[in-house]
Design a protein around this ligand. Structure first.
Ligand SMILES: O=C(O)CCC(=O)C(=O)O
Ligand SMILES: [Fe+2]
Length: 434
């Protein structure tokens, strides 16, 4: 029998996922390629299946310059993104993703639904026109709202060369050459690509012609039903997990397993919540309780993260999400119940000191109920965790703050979102209340 350590490693390795991107061609009838557009006054009409280069130039000239999201702002910078765009209020098409059956394909492919599928919806977002020399440098899509999990790009069959949509995730790469795919098909076809928002993607420069795309934001429809997502490849993970907890020598007194989440999720920074109490009565005893943002996030996990939670639910093992902060200066990690607003002017004091004193870790524990995790630096750990997987490096979010030691100075920390599984002692493994 392999050692427990080796089996924990195997357990982590079962969290591999299907590609977080999928794409293909989709036959379309010419009437579905009919585009109506215009910002004010007269509306123009253009068929994207038959449009001439001159007609496409008129469309391109009617567009605004495309912007992109940077630090919560829409920025226009042609060294980063060169393309035209129309907002969803300024165009209409007969093409319909639901009628085309794409939502079913997306929910099958991204969530690997064998039995029940996640109810999802697609919201029309923008039309983009990439003429010769247009491109969009590597970026992640900004989630617009908590339930948004991905994007869908439909490329219509206008003649073009280049403009390859390229995805990269965890060292792998996928390319969608829409010009080539459309040209190769005998029947009139569009190209679709659906992907999670946190998968890096770029549009390589268009060499010839016009590439016209319509993008959609993909959402979960209702958090209640999302809990039914089924991952077809879950059996290996389930078996490895079940095997471990049946072994009486594994965590015989119970314990906690830690998994770094594989995907990124949008979380707001939350402020210190006990301020009114503090003003009136002084600092309350702050206990560690996962905040509402993290509790809500449990409904919206993606891919392997959702699978892990689902397997734990089936095995009746309690799970909770937590934010793990790392202070790069101290090589120490602390588990926090929320993403902390480090610019929050309150709470200000730490045992009489102003603001965040030298120790961010101490401050997080004092005000937010943070718990110090096992580490190498001689801090006393308040919680034992057996780590199974770490998060990919790109999921570590850098956060700046002002540290007030002898003098104020800029400092930074990293946080990542982790899932913790509470395992009961041997013979009483189940920890989830019904
Ligand atoms: O037009 C495309 O192919 C991709 C557009 C895109 O990545 C975006 O709008 O964020
Ligand atoms: Fe994008």
């Amino acid at each position: 029998m392999p050692s427990i350590e080796a089996r924990l490693k195997t357990l982590g390795s079962y969290l591999v996922e299907r590609p977080p991107v999928f794409f293909g061609t989709l036959p379309v009838s010419p009437d579905k390629c009919e585009l109506f557009y215009g910002k004010q006054g007269a509306v123009r009409r253009l068929n994207l299946a038959t449009a001439s280069q001159d007609e496409l130039k008129v469309l391109s000239d009617s567009c605004d310059k495309a912007t992109f999201g940077l630090a919560q702002e829409d920025v226009h910078d042609e060294s980063y993104r060169k393309a035209g765009k129309l907002d969803n209020a300024d165009f209409a098409m007969h093409f319909n993703v639901v009628e085309a059956g794409l939502l079913e394909v997306i929910s099958d492919e991204l969530f690997e639904g064998k039995k029940k599928k996640a109810p999802i919806c697609a919201e029309l977002y923008k039309l983009n026109v990439y003429g010769e020399g247009s491109f969009f440098k590597p970026h992640l899509d900004t989630p617009r709202g908590k339930t948004m999990f991905g994007s869908l790009v439909i490329t219509f069959p206008t003649k073009h060369e280049g403009g390859v949509l390229t995805f990269r995730h965890e060292g792998k790469e996928w390319s969608v050459d829409s010009g080539k795919l459309c040209a190769e098909k005998e029947e009139l076809s569009a190209v679709y690509a659906a992907f999670y928002s946190d998968v890096e993607h770029e549009v390589l420069p268009v060499r010839k012609g016009y590439r016209v795309t319509v993008t959609y934001n993909l959402y979960f429809e209702s958090p209640k039903q999302v809990g039914n997502r089924i991952h077809a490849d879950g059996s290996a993970l389930r078996a490895a997990f079940a095997d471990l907890i049946e072994d009486t020598t594994f965590m015989s007194n119970g314990g906690c397993l830690g998994f770094g989440l594989r995907h990124q999720y949008p979380l707001n920074k939350s402020q210190y919540i006990a301020r009114d109490h503090e003003r009136r009565w002084g600092r309350p005893e702050v206990k560690y309780v996962p905040g509402p943002e993290l509790r809500a996030l449990e409904q919206y996990l993606k891919g392997g993260d959702a699978l892990l939670k689902q397997v734990c639910d089936e095995l009746k093992l309690k799970t909770s999400l937590g934010i793990v902060y790392r202070d790069p200066n101290e090589q120490v990690e602390v588990l926090c119940p929320q993403v902390v607003d480090l610019d929050d002017p309150e709470p200000r004091t730490l045992e009489g000191e102003d603001c965040i004193h030298d120790s961010l870790i101490h401050w997080l524990c004092y005000w937010y109920g943070g718990k110090v995790l096992p580490n190498r630096d001689g801090w006393d750990s308040e919680m034992e965790v057996e780590w199974v997987t770490d998060s990919p490096k790109v999921n570590a979010v850098r956060q700046k703050y002002m540290a007030y030691g002898n003098e104020p100075q800029k400092a930074y920390t990293y946080f990542r979102i982790c899932l913790f599984v509470t395992v009961g002692p041997e013979g009483l493994r189940e920890t989830l209340d019904d």
